[in-house]
Write a protein that binds this ligand. Structure first.
Ligand code: G3P
Length: 219
């Protein structure tokens, strides 16, 4: 499973990218607005830090304008994935942009039929939102399982399932078990996947014993 970072915080992305642990980045209009930076400059910098796909979202709602904005964003760097919303207009824009050779991430997916339509429109990625369904007492993980099952029924559907709105270590484990292709995570969630109290306790005990032994490791 690939790990993307869900953020427009370049410092946080740079730090995580330095650990070799991430395969891409997703941004959204809220993150970009919050950064206070011009979108093209910001996306160009993120693309210089990360080799994998970097999603940059259009702000238009008509197909024509989404295509225009998508072409601009997609030309910022070869690894930009143009992000469009899962609307009828967005799917038409997806089709045009993928035909022109751009990667496209269709976002704000909340149903299996929406995901199927994104795949039919040629999306490179479809982004179902797990946490926002959970917020409504609808199990977001069920949606990931449905989309996985549908896509696995048809070899011709090559769209990757990019799980978004992933907020907890349990979400990560469950979507990995289901077989999602990608999970995108807020930078602060990544370290929580690593921490375990028994690891900390075990390490402390090993180091205490080592110190008592008085050894060092040298050439
Ligand atoms: O980038 C979109 C998505 O991942 C946002 O997640 O937690 O605001 O639902 P959340």
């Amino acid at each position: 499973m690939k790990f993307f970072v869900d953020s427009a915080d370049v410092d946080a992305i740079r730090e995580i990218a330095g650990n070799g642990l991430i395969d891409g980045v997703t941004t959204n209009p809220s993150f970009v607005a919050c950064s206070g930076r011009p979108i093209k400059e910001l996306i160009a910098e993120i693309c210089s830090v990360v080799d994998g796909p970097v999603s940059a979202e259009v702000a238009a709602t008509s197909t024509e304008e989404m295509v225009r904005e998508g072409r601009i964003l997609g030309s910022v760097a070869p690894n930009v994935a143009v992000k469009v919303p899962l609307t009828w207009e967005g799917l038409k824009a997806c089709n045009v942009l993928t035909t022109e050779g751009f990667m496209v991430n269709v976002t704000l997916c909340f149903s299996a039929n929406q995901a199927l339509m994104a795949a039919k429109a040629g999306a490179t990625f479809v982004s179902p939102f797990v946490g926002r369904l959970d917020d409504l007492n609808i199990d977001g993980l069920d949606l990931i399982a449905e989309i996985r099952a549908i896509f696995d029924n048809y070899d011709a559907l090559e769209t990757e399932i990019l799980c978004a709105s992933v907020r907890t270590p349990n979400h990560v484990k469950q979507v990995a078990l289901i077989g999602a292709d990608i999970v995108t995570l807020p930078p602060e969630v990544l370290p929580t996947l690593v921490s375990h109290p028994l690891t900390d306790k075990g390490l402390a005990a090993f180091l205490a014993d080592w110190e008592k032994g008085g050894q060092t490791i040298e050439e």
